[in-house]
Ligand binder design. Structure first.
Ligand code: CTP
Length: 429
């Protein structure tokens, strides 16, 4: 397979040598594009010796061969490691002021990016937005991991290990071996398959590595009798997509699963619940150890005042039945009150609002009432939301500011939600 390895200018550039080496050892034809800044950190002769090909860096060299497009056109896979904050920004905005930028724009190959930078730069809103944009275009982000950075600093931002980057990148092209040049691969402009995301290759790395995430999903069911219940139309898709996304990003994930219509990804630990009361009990227990709690479940606000021991029969119930319902506790509000220092609590609100203005107005008031850190708002209706594959959300934070708006597949939206709440988690990441 023809693999282009782009190296940008960060100290982790020295580790990129091992990315190149691992690919060569697997039999791939590796072409390195190093930015000028990268060559300040690692020498061209080293990269040429290891890649066994000339190293490209100058946009104006070999112009007769139209290299600014030919390298990208020939590539089956592009890996950029390390990707600095600057490179991420350039990729996100399609800048082409160097050979790497041109190559990415001229290519339809999948792009895998391994960011490396200081924690503050990784957590900066500009970087978060750029990463979210890249993800939404199907570009795979591997890591970064948490650990020792340059100097004495420790935190999120360390480039993932070379072997992990190579493993994740090859997974994107379907585990292509050296002879699988034409292996089917998603183009960088289309959404990569969920399973190809980096964290699934290594749950120990990613920007949520080391964090415990608790997510509730699906619709609760409140029994009326042994065979009937009061339920709702939640499919659990968005909550399960959040669990998958958090897992991919390195978190250890517990899912409190009310009624779901979709399977739970392997690696997520699942606690099955039925009613709001069971969910409350499980949430209380598991929230104690969680760094991030996301209540995506559609919880019944009311339950039948009495549950019939036997099936309710028409002969005894008659022509008209009146159900008496009692209020369920507000689990989210309870978790927000009891949250420990530094824990981030996120709620959802599905509203039948006429438009986005009304949605945000209702959402702000609900956020205030619930006392959580963020509220994810979406519009629902008879033909909107629920079982749909796609979703459109607005995220408001405490104080009422809108911090993110996103639409797309529930997997894309899940990553955007995690991007939006990530800054609040950063000090412990
Ligand atoms: N929620 C909860 N416990 C409940 C009801 C809801 O924890 N008894 C959580 C949901 O998981 C969600 C958020 O609260 O994260 C908002 O749910 P929603 O049903 O929109 O809120 P309600 O308080 O029920 O408001 P409304 O009166 O508009 O239904």
């Amino acid at each position: 397979m023809n693999v282009v390895v782009g190296i940008s200018g960060g100290i982790a550039a020295y580790k990129a040598v091992n990315v190149v080496r691992a690919l060569v050892l697997e039999g791939h034809d590796v072409h390195v594009i190093a930015t000028d800044a990268a060559l300040r950190f690692v020498g061209k002769p080293t990269l040429e010796a290891i890649s066994r090909n000339p190293v490209n860096s100058d946009l104006y060299e070999g112009v007769a061969q139209v290299r600014h497009v030919s390298i990208g056109q020939a590539a089956d896979l592009i890996i950029i490691a390390p990707a600095t904050a600057n490179t991420l920004a350039k990729l996100a905005h399609g800048l082409a002021d160097d050979l790497l930028g041109n190559t990415v724009l001229a290519s339809t190959a999948p792009v895998v990016v391994a960011p490396a930078m200081h924690t503050e730069m990784w957590g900066n809103q500009a970087t978060r937005a750029n990463v979210a944009l890249l993800r939404s275009r199907g570009i795979t982000i591997v890591g970064p991991a948490s650990g020792r950075l340059t100097g004495e600093d420790v935190g999120a931002g360390r480039m993932s290990e070379p072997d992990d980057i190579v493993r994740a990148a090859l997974a994107v092209v379907g585990g292509a071996g050296p002879d699988d040049a034409a292996a089917p691969a998603p183009a960088s402009g289309s959404a990569a398959p969920d399973s190809a995301d980096p964290g699934s290759a290594d749950p120990g790395s990613g920007d949520l590595a080391g964090l415990r995430v608790l997510i509730s999903a699906g619709g609760t069911r409140e029994p009326l009798d042994p065979v009937r219940f009061l339920g709702n139309r939640s499919s659990g898709r968005q909550g399960v997509a959040l669990a998958a996304a958090a897992l991919e990003r390195g978190a250890s994930v517990t899912l409190l699963a009310a009624h779901l219509e979709v399977p739970v990804p392997e690696g997520v630990s699942v606690v099955h619940v039925q009613t709001a009361a069971e969910l409350e009990e499980a949430a209380r227990v598991h929230a104690q150890r969680a760094d991030l709690v996301i209540m995506a479940a559609a919880v019944a606000d009311y339950r039948p005042a009495a549950v019939a021991e036997q099936k309710i029969k028409k002969e005894t119930a008659g022509d008209r039945v009146t159900l008496e319902l009692v209020r369920n506790p507000d689990i989210l509000a309870g978790l927000a009150v009891e949250r420990r220092d530094g824990q981030v609590v996120v709620g959802f609100a599905a509203e039948t609002a006429a438009d986005e203005d009304e949605l945000v107005r209702v959402g702000r008031a609900k956020l205030e009432r619930k006392g959580c850190d963020y509220l994810v708002l979406n519009r629902v209706g008879w033909s909107l939301g629920f079982a749909a594959e796609d979703n459109a959300v607005v995220v408001v934070q405490r104080g009422g500011d809108i911090v993110m708006e996103a639409s797309g597949s529930k997997a894309t939206v899940a990553h955007r939600i995690l991007d939006a709440v990530h800054p609040a988690l950063l000090p412990r990441a």
